[in-house]
Design a protein around this ligand. Structure first.
Ligand code: SAH
Length: 376
């Protein structure tokens, strides 16, 4: 592994400070930032407005290191998936979903996940580690670059980013925040705040912190209308139950801002899709500014659940809409290349002890967030 400083770990301000620490003017940091993220240039020698002496210095002390693309495939519906191999051999996935008016990139925040949601295939792999800023933003860099290489029609192909790939983004708080800042920076990818979405399983302290620190959109993986069922499907609910999470969502965006939290609800046959569940859900969401996104469950080998039949999903939607809750059904994309929600599964190098470590690690991370939040 390189001892050099990876320039992809910096946001614009960080890069300016770093350049100053090398005895350069901070303006050079801005130029470098634009070259890397706006122009998509990862070779210092191609940065024409940077002097030869500075280039030599950069080559000596720094690198622009990205994960290697080991798989790049496009599904029949245009969904494209990249499998990226990290320095330590672990793999992560990023998925691009083109639609008529927008192109959404689904980005991973961790190698695996520690939260053990019972229906999610990423959970089955356990947790390996957090991704660095470089590893998170590289997913955007690679996607934007490879899509633009396809020809003119794909310029500005990535209009939205959702932190909905592998991992729980709020348990890799600082790196995710910096990476999202880079996504929104006009000198980089220039995405509007409403077009960058962080999805969480409900890490309450992280949600409170994000509310203070960032203006990105928020999605909550709700999946159940009562604590008993949610404890089973999303075990972190035992730590942060619905009452606490819903209160945070209620106050998340300022009144009058017209911004709402997106509630994600995966449709599991015979588990959370009855009329009774719809009733409970309507009640739970009645005074929470939100929209509801029903996600047809995507199956994978050894999955414990099945997707609710489409008529059941439609009925569920109709009921909630009649109760005044804006409800949509997520279109499943990229299934033929295992790129749909919950199918992301980078292979791990070390699979041996992960199950045992899982709970201990999750607890440690949660503890850390709690401490950081308390220190605010
Ligand atoms: N940990 C974060 C980020 C992952 S987002 C979170 O929980 O929000 C991925 C979204 O897809 C989540 O809403 C997740 O619950 C959902 N999901 C996971 N497995 C799925 C599956 N097999 N089918 C459909 N959706 C799934």
């Amino acid at each position: 592994m390189s001892e050099k400083v990876n320039l992809l770990n910096f946001d614009c301000q960080g890069l300016c400070h770093y350049l100053q620490s090398l005895g350069e003017s901070s303006f050079r940091g801005k130029q470098l930032f634009q070259w890397i993220h706006q122009a998509g240039v990862a070779d210092v020698n191609l940065m024409t407005n940077i002097s030869k002496t500075l280039r030599a210095k950069l080559l000596e002390y720094t690198c622009i290191d990205m994960p290697e693309v080991v798989y790049d495939n496009t599904a029949s519906d245009g969904t494209r998936k990249w499998l990226l191999r990290l320095d330590d051999g672990n793999c992560i996935e990023a998925v691009y979903i083109p639609e008529r008016t927008r192109g959404t990139l689904c980005v991973s925040s961790q190698v695996g996940c520690a939260l053990n949601c019972s229906f999610c295939s990423t959970a089955k792999q356990g947790f390996a580690r957090n991704l660095s800023v470089a590893e998170i933003i590289s997913q955007v860099w690679v996607a934007v670059r490879s899509l633009s290489e396809e020809g003119g029609k794909h310029d500005h192909a990535v209009t939205n980013v959702v932190m909905m790939g592998m991992g729980e983004p709020l348990l890799n708080y600082n790196n995710v925040l910096t990476a999202m800042d880079i996504m929104k920076d006009d000198l980089a990818y220039g995405l509007a705040k409403r077009r960058v979405t962080l999805s969480t399983s409900g890490v309450a302290p992280g949600m409170l912190k994000l509310k203070q620190d960032s203006d990105v959109a928020l999605a909550l993986s709700l999946h159940a209308p009562n604590d008993e069922l949610r404890n089973e499907l999303v075990p972190i609910n035992k730590k942060y139950p619905l009452k606490e999470i819903m209160q945070i969502c209620r106050e998340y965006f300022p009144k009058g801002s017209k911004r709402v939290v997106t509630m994600e609800y995966v449709m599991l046959e015979g588990i959370n899709d009855s009329e009774q569940h719809a009733k409970q859900l309507a009640k739970l969401l009645a005074n929470v500014p939100c929209k509801l996104n029903l996600i047809p469950f995507n199956s994978y080998p050894k999955a414990l659940y099945q997707c609710s039949p489409m008529p059941v999903i439609e009925q569920f939607k109709t009921y909630l809409q009649h109760k005044g809750i804006l409800t949509t059904i997520r279109k499943t994309r990229g299934q033929d290349i295992d790129a749909a929600c919950g199918q992301l599964a980078g292979d791990f190098k070390d699979k041996t002890s992960r199950r045992r470590l899982l709970d201990a690690r999750a607890d440690r991370m949660l503890g850390q967030i709690a401490i950081e939040t308390a220190a605010q």
